[in-house]
Ligand binder design. Sequence first.
Ligand SMILES: [Zn+2]
Length: 281
Amino acid sequence: MLVNLNDILKDAQKNQYAVGLFNTTDSDALAAAIAAAEETKSPIIIGTAEVLLPFGELQLMGPAMIHMAKNASVPVAVHYDHGLTFDKCMEALKLGFTSIMYDCSTASYEENIERVREMAEIAHSYGATIEGELGHVGDNIGSLEGDSHMEDPSAFYTDPEKAKEFVEKTNIDALAIAIGTAHGTYTCKPKLDIQRLSDIRHTIDTPLVLHGGSGLSEEDFKNCIQNGIAKINICTDLYIAAKKAMDEAEGDYHAIRPEKVKAIKQAVIEKIMLFGSNGRY
Ligand SMILES: [Zn+2]
């Protein structure tokens, strides 16, 4: 069934588990993610992101994702992750995405508030939810998004008091926070600021989102969920699992495909079990 973030994250937050966002840029990843959620009776968020559109067009993947979500036996939110431009966010909403992220985290604090506030009004008029980002989750060197803040990441961490003001002024449904994670593959072991997460959790009620989840340890995830994270974004780990399966598979094009789907499904199941969203539906 097709749902938005509010339908699944409020329960997650109340019962201290997290729901994964898994990016599905092609039909293989899409089939794998939905199958994993159904098998484990878990709510799930599937998505694509603006930087991932070269690998799967919005007009191609959007309708497929929405179709699969509607027909799934578990709640599925279809989320446009890291929307960077107004026009692409609008395109996603018009296609029927039930949730968008409008990422203005590299703009000034005031501009971030203004742009996200305006988009929140629009998203809500579509019955969709919206995620904003305060502070900035940077990228590991060599990742898709290019830049890196790993030299002094703490300069970009989310300030708890500003987080309160930000959600009040923008009226967003979920907040991505920066506490030491980064997108892509980690080149050094990430050190998470759990105290800061806990401070933010005590300041606001809005579901909190952890980006850059690929490559974190089991302990990191558990710590984050216990201290208030309700949504965790996973992307790179799925690509790694798929690439390995394709490298090891034998046979022709059609023989490789099911191995790839199986590997992504298994990687999604592992995260679902770790996040504790299994058996919720
Ligand atoms: Zn992200």
